[in-house]
Design a protein around this ligand. Structure first.
Ligand code: 5GP
Ligand code: ZN
Length: 138
């Protein structure tokens, strides 16, 4: 369902222009307006969903198949040395546009970018408890 107030709904609908790489019934792939590196693209589902918590598994399957296709095309076309897939959910995680999107960020030797977190610590018990909590919710 299109949300008039959502920038990515409007892009997916063609109301707002974007540089499009690919489009099908379910997704559009566009170039990021402020690319981290050359070729930084976004895969956007055409149906509005705020984040991963609103995505169904069938759509997720199609999404990742497309991500693999785009990633391989990037490697071939852009000769990138690596590639980050980034997907932010919620403001705390850095999401600024509240319409699900998957970042594909080609990486090049010396590109100066950094997509890292600070490694933390957890005891065996803490890791096991976290695993158990998640397992029980699945
Ligand atoms: P987030 O921080 O939500 O994971 O990423 C949002 C991304 O969308 C950013 O990388 C930003 O540059 C990109 N972006 C925001 N507005 C537009 C737009 O109007 N067009 C395009 N192509 N990208 C946008
Ligand atoms: Zn939307």
């Amino acid at each position: 369902m299109k949300d008039e107030n959502c920038i990515f709904c409007r892009i997916a609908d063609g109301d707002i222009p974007s540089t499009t790489v690919y489009e099908d019934d379910s997704f559009t792939v566009i170039m990021d307006l402020s690319p981290a590196t050359r070729g930084h693209a976004l895969i956007i589902p055409k149906d509005h969903m705020d984040d991963i918590f609103e995505m169904d598994e069938k759509t997720a399957g199609k999404l990742f198949k497309l991500a693999v296709r785009v990633a391989k095309a990037m490697k071939k076309a852009l000769k990138c040395d690596g590639l980050n897939i980034v997907q932010n959910n919620g403001a705390i995680a850095g999401q600024t546009v509240r319409h699900f999107h998957l970042h594909l960020i080609p990486r090049y030797e010396g590109d100066g970018q950094s997509i890292l977190w600070t490694p933390g610590e957890a005891s065996d018990e803490e890791r096991e408890r976290a695993a158990q909590d998640i397992r029980e919710a699945m």
